[in-house]
Design a protein around this ligand. Structure first.
Ligand code: SF4
Length: 192
């Protein structure tokens, strides 16, 4: 089952790399920028967490200890929080880098691209409002992608929203095609 999930991830990675490459003029991700991992809920399915655990098991003992300490601290904060949606810095983020990069979840892989959601406006990465991805075409007043700004840039490639919504990428349809089950879905911290 895990092997089929890994095969799916390989294909997904291939697609996402292509999308990032296509959207290069709008992508300002840099090594050491970990904004995506500092303030989120990080939905994970059971199979995604299984793979993440394999990555964790391969880490040196001291790093595992740091992550366990992070998990302990986040869980303590969560227990005290009254927020409906509890957001936190991912416990696997160490020195602003993902310690389990090859084993990270699907949501982590799609961070930074614009996502198309049926019947809604495209979902623009939050870092756009902080001067990063798609900020060169973002109308800050209306919070939508501006065709005026795009025209001014005189670029061949348009800013595009892809069909990479988490619900779509972890749907039953994907399970059927690739022959595995995602299992339950919850915030990453609740799996730890
Ligand atoms: S698993 Fe890695 S990529 Fe995903 S949120 Fe955590 S640190 Fe970021």
């Amino acid at each position: 089952m895990l092997n089929n999930y890994i095969k799916y991830l390989e294909l997904l990675n291939h697609k996402l790399n292509k999308f990032f490459e296509q959207q290069k003029p709008y992508i300002f991700c840099q090594k050491g920028c970990a904004k995506c991992c500092q303030n989120g809920e990080y939905p994970f399915t059971e199979i995604e967490f299984q793979l993440l655990k394999l990555g964790f098991a391969k880490l040196p003992q001291d790093l595992q200890q740091k992550i366990s300490d992070n998990i302990f601290a986040i869980k303590a904060q969560k227990a005290k929080s009254n927020e409906k949606v509890f957001v936190y810095e991912c416990p696997f983020l160490i020195n602003n880098e993902c310690s389990v990069y090859l084993y990270r979840g699907i949501i982590c892989r799609t961070f930074g691209l614009m996502s198309a959601i049926e019947g809604n406006r495209p979902k623009i990465p939050f870092c756009s409002r902080e001067g990063l991805n798609y900020s060169n075409v973002l109308n800050k007043e209306t919070d939508v992608i501006s065709s005026e700004l795009y025209k001014k840039l005189n670029l061949d490639v348009e800013p595009v929203a892809y069909n990479i919504d988490y619900e779509f990428l972890t749907s039953e349809n994907i399970e059927r095609i690739y022959g595995f089950k995602f299992g339950d879905k919850k915030a990453l911290i609740d799996w730890c």
